[in-house]
Design a protein around this ligand. Structure first.
Ligand code: NAP
Length: 540
C-alpha cells in the first residue's frame, strides 16, 4: 500500500490497466505525480486480459509488439514465438507490472462510470461503480481501441437453449468443446484465429459468414536463439525505425505503382510478401495499393488465388474470396490453417449473403433457408471500435457537455489526444490518431510520452489547465478526413468507419498520415508551446 492507494484526490486518474494505462502510470510516477488507475478486470492486461478465445494471438511480431521504454526489459524478456499467443502476452504484461511494481496503484474490479469537469476547481470528479469518488487534475483514458464488444444485433439470443460465448469475453478457465456442435458467427480476425482450434475439438462446426476476410498465412514458428540475439543486439536502431515508419513496423518503402510493372514482376513481389507472412508485406509492396482501386485489385486477386489454392472445394473457396471491398480496407487477418479448416469433413460454411441470418431459436441458428441445430454459438461479431469504450463512460466537460453527445456525428478530437471543451482530458490512441492503423504499442508509447512531457511542461510553467481549441480541433478533423479520403479506406464498410455498428456515424476514425509523420506533427505542436491548445493558470 502507498499513500496514493486510497487517496480521493490525486494528480491524475488513468482509466484502464492495459498496455497503455500501465506505461502511463510508470511515466507519471517518474514525474512524482500521485496517480490512481481504475481497471474493470481483476488483473492487468486490458485487451489481452479479456480476449482469451482459443487461438488468440497478436498479428504483429512479438519482438516488435513489446515496450521499448526499458532496454533492460527488452533484454531480459524472452519471446518464444514469432507471433505471440495471448497467454504469453499476458505473462509479459504481468511481468512488466511486477518489474515496475505497478499493481499497487491500480484498483481492480472497478469500472469508472462517470467523470465530470469541475470548472471552478479545474479538476475532474471521477466516479466508479463501487461508489468511490476521486478528484484529479488530469484524466487519462487508456481504455483501448477494441475493448467494448459491439452489442449483438441478432434476434432470439435469450431463446437459445445451448451455450453462448463471445470471443472477447471467453471464460478464463477455457471451454471444452469436445463432441459439441458449434456455430461461429463472424469471420473477422477473432473468428479466423479461433475457427481452426474450435474445429479440432468440435464434432461439427458451422461457420456463418456475412463478409469474407482477406487472410494471409502467418507462418508462425518458434523464434530461433540466433534471431533473438540479433534483434536484441540491434534493438535501439529497430525501435527508431519503428517510430519513423508508416505503420509502426519497419518495411522497405515502396517506390513504384503496382500498375507500372508487368504482371509477372508484380506477382513475384506479392509472392515474396506472401512468403514473409506479415500484415504489411503485400500491402506495402507498391505505393498505390491503398489509394488506387485498380492497383489494389492486383493484390486482392493475388490473395484470392491463395485462398483458392488452400481450399479443396471450388464453391467453398469462391465463397471465402472477398470481393465487396478492397484488400486492406478492412483489417486483414493473419491465420494459421484457417482456410484449410474448411477442407475438414465436419466443417461447413454458411453464406449469410445468400441465406441471411434470421434468429437464434431454442435449438440453433435459423437462416432464411433452414435451422442449423447446434449446442454452442460463438459470437465473433467484433467491437464498437475506437469510440465505444470512451463513450461508455459518462464524460462531461465544460457546461456539462457529454462527450457522447459531442461525438454524435462522429468523434472530434485534436490530434486524437485531446478534445475541445474537455480540459485536462487525454485519450491515449484516441480516434483520429494512427492507433489501429499501426503497431499499437508504438503508438501507445508515443502518446504516453507526449502526454507525460506535456504534464511536466505544464507543471514547470505553473499551468493548471490545457484545452484543445475548437479551431485546432476543426482543422485536425478536416485534415484526418482529407488524408483518409485520399485512400480507399472509406469505400469499405468496416469498423474503421464505424459501419459495423448499426446507427453509428460513418466516419473514418483513424489517421492514415503515418506513424512517423504524425509523431513529427505532435512534437512540433509541443515545441511550438502547445500550438492549438489554450493554457490557463491553476484556478484559485
Ligand atoms: P470484426 O473484424 O469486426 O469481425 C466481426 C465479424 O462478425 C465480421 O465478419 C462481421 O461481418 C460479423 N458480424 C458482426 N455482426 C454480425 C451479425 N449480426 N450477423 C452476422 N455476422 C456478423 O471483429 P474481430 O474479428 O473481433 O476483430 C476486430 C479487430 O480486433 C480486428 O480487425 C483486429 O484489429 C483486432 N484483432 C486482432 C487480432 C490479432 O492481433 N491477431 C485478433 C483478433 C482481433 P461483417 O464484416 O459483414 O460486418
Amino acid at each position: 500500500m502507498t499513500a496514493t492507494d486510497h487517496a480521493s484526490s490525486v494528480d491524475a486518474v488513468i482509466v484502464g490497466a492495459g498496455i497503455a494505462g500501465l506505461y502511463q502510470l510508470h511515466r507519471l510516477r517518474g514525474l512524482g505525480m500521485s496517480t490512481r488507475v481504475f481497471e474493470t478486470g481483476d488483473d492487468v492486461g486490458g485487451t489481452w486480459y479479456w480476449n482469451r478465445y482459443p487461438g488468440a494471438r497478436c498479428d504483429v511480431e512479438s519482438m516488435s509488439y513489446s515496450y521499448s521504454f526499458s532496454p533492460e526489459l527488452e533484454q531480459e524478456w524472452e519471446w518464444t514465438e514469432r507471433y505471440p499467443a495471448q497467454p504469453e502476452i499476458l505473462r509479459y504484461v504481468s511481468h512488466v507490472a511486477d518489474r515496475f511494481d505497478l499493481r499497487r496503484d491500480v484498483t481492480f474490479r472497478t469500472r469508472v462510470v462517470s467523470a465530470a469537469f469541475d470548472e471552478p476547481a479545474g479538476r475532474w470528479r471521477v466516479v466508479t461503480d463501487t461508489g468511490e469518488t476521486v478528484d484529479a487534475r488530469f484524466l487519462i483514458m487508456a481504455t483501448g481501441c477494441l475493448s467494448r464488444a459491439k452489442d449483438i444485433d441478432i434476434d432470439g439470443i435469450a431463446t437459445f437453449g445451448g451455450t453462448t460465448l463471445h470471443t472477447s469475453r471467453w471464460p478464463h478457465d477455457g471451454v471444452d468443446l469436445t463432441g459439441q456442435r458449434v456455430a461461429v458467427i463472424g469471420t473477422g480476425s477473432s473468428a479466423v484465429q479461433s475457427i481452426p482450434i474450435i474445429a479440432e475439438q468440435a464434432a461439427e462446426l458451422t461457420v456463418f459468414q456475412r463478409t469474407p476476410a482477406y487472410s494471409l498465412a502467418a507462418r508462425n514458428r518458434p523464434l530461433e536463439p540466433d534471431e533473438v540475439a540479433d534483434m536484441k543486439a540491434g534493438y535501439r536502431a529497430w525501435r527508431e525505425a519503428q517510430r519513423t515508419s508508416g505503420f509502426g513496423v519497419p518495411v522497405e518503402p515502396a517506390t513504384q505503382s503496382a500498375l507500372e510493372v508487368g504482371a509477372e514482376e508484380r506477382t513475384a513481389r506479392y509472392e515474396a510478401g506472401w512468403r514473409r507472412g506479415t500484415l504489411v508485406s503485400i500491402l506495402g509492396g507498391y505505393t498505390d495499393t491503398l489509394t488506387d482501386a485498380a492497383a489494389n485489385e492486383t493484390a486482392a486477386e493475388f490473395v484470392r488465388q491463395k485462398i483458392r489454392d488452400r481450399v479443396d472445394d471450388p464453391g467453398t473457396a469462391e465463397l471465402l474470396c472477398p470481393r465487396s471491398y478492397p484488400f486492406g480496407t478492412k483489417r486483414p487477418c493473419l491465420d494459421t490453417g484457417y482456410y484449410e479448416t474448411f477442407n475438414l469433413p465436419h466443417v461447413s460454411l454458411v453464406d449469410l449473403r445468400r441465406t441471411p441470418l434470421v434468429e437464434l431459436t431454442a435449438t440453433g441458428v435459423r437462416t432464411s433457408e433452414r435451422t442449423h441445430d447446434v449446442d454452442v454459438v460463438v459470437f465473433a461479431t467484433g467491437f464498437d471500435a475506437m469510440t465505444g469504450a470512451l463513450e461508455a463512460v459518462d464524460i462531461r466537460g465544460r457546461d456539462g457537455v457529454l462527450l457522447r453527445e459531442k461525438w454524435a456525428e462522429g468523434p472530434r478530437s485534436y490530434l486524437g489526444l485531446a478534445v475541445a471543451g474537455f480540459p485536462n482530458l487525454f485519450t491515449v490512441t484516441g480516434p483520429s490518431s494512427p492507433s489501429v492503423l499501426s503497431n499499437m504499442i508504438v503508438s501507445i508509447e508515443q502518446h504516453v510520452d507526449w502526454i507525460t512531457d506535456c504534464l511536466a511542461s505544464l507543471r514547470d510553467r505553473g499551468v493548471g489547465t490545457i484545452e484543445a481549441s475548437t479551431a485546432a480541433e476543426d482543422e485536425w478533423v478536416a485534415h484526418v478526413a482529407e488524408v483518409g479520403g485520399a485512400t480507399l479506406y472509406p469505400t469499405a464498410d468496416s469498423w474503421y468507419m464505424g459501419s459495423n455498428v448499426p446507427g453509428k456515424p460513418r466516419v473514418f476514425m483513424a489517421y492514415i498520415g503515418g506513424v512517423g509523420a504524425y509523431r513529427e506533427l505532435c512534437d512540433a505542436v509541443a515545441a511550438d508551446g502547445y500550438r492549438g491548445f489554450r493554457l490557463d493558470e491553476v484556478p484559485g
